[in-house]
Design a protein around this ligand. Structure first.
Ligand code: ZN
Length: 134
């Protein structure tokens, strides 16, 4: 954890120390899909903190239970899903994150098939202006 980064972001009113600690640990990447949260304005705007074990399931707002997440992973894919169901009650933070990553990967794949079929039906074709790397 880089204390000078935490201090500087705090001094400039850009982020609270606690939030920066979560992000520093994550390397400013979504912990569920590895999206670089600083790589574009859209990524930066989709920046969220997520309770790994959801609040509804008793997950608390501790550093241990918080993860840096992009909006898609938090809202579209993970939601209130509790990784304890897969990883077990005694799972470590790393094991819980791994369970979420696997679940997100599966859901992304399912959505990608849906997108591909949608594109086929509407006759969508890739052009320079809408190219993206999936
Ligand atoms: Zn993500």
């Amino acid at each position: 954890m880089r204390q000078h980064v935490i201090d500087q972001l705090g001094r400039e009113g850009l982020a609270h120390a606690w939030t920066t600690e979560v992000c520093e640990r994550a390397g400013y990447k979504c912990e569920y899909c590895d999206k670089d949260m600083l790589a574009s304005m859209d990524n930066f705007l989709s920046w969220k903190l997520d309770h790994i074990i959801p609040e509804a399931a008793g997950g608390d707002r501790t550093l241990e239970n918080m993860a840096l997440s992009c909006r898609e992973c938090k809202v579209q894919f993970k939601g209130s899903w509790n990784p304890v169901y897969v990883a077990g009650e005694d799972a470590s933070r790393e094991e819980l994150i791994f369970a979420v990553r696997e679940d997100v990967k599966e859901k992304r794949s399912s959505w990608f098939h849906r997108l591909s079929r949608y594109r086929e039906i509407v006759g969508w074709e890739e052009s320079e202006s809408n190219r993206e790397d999936d």
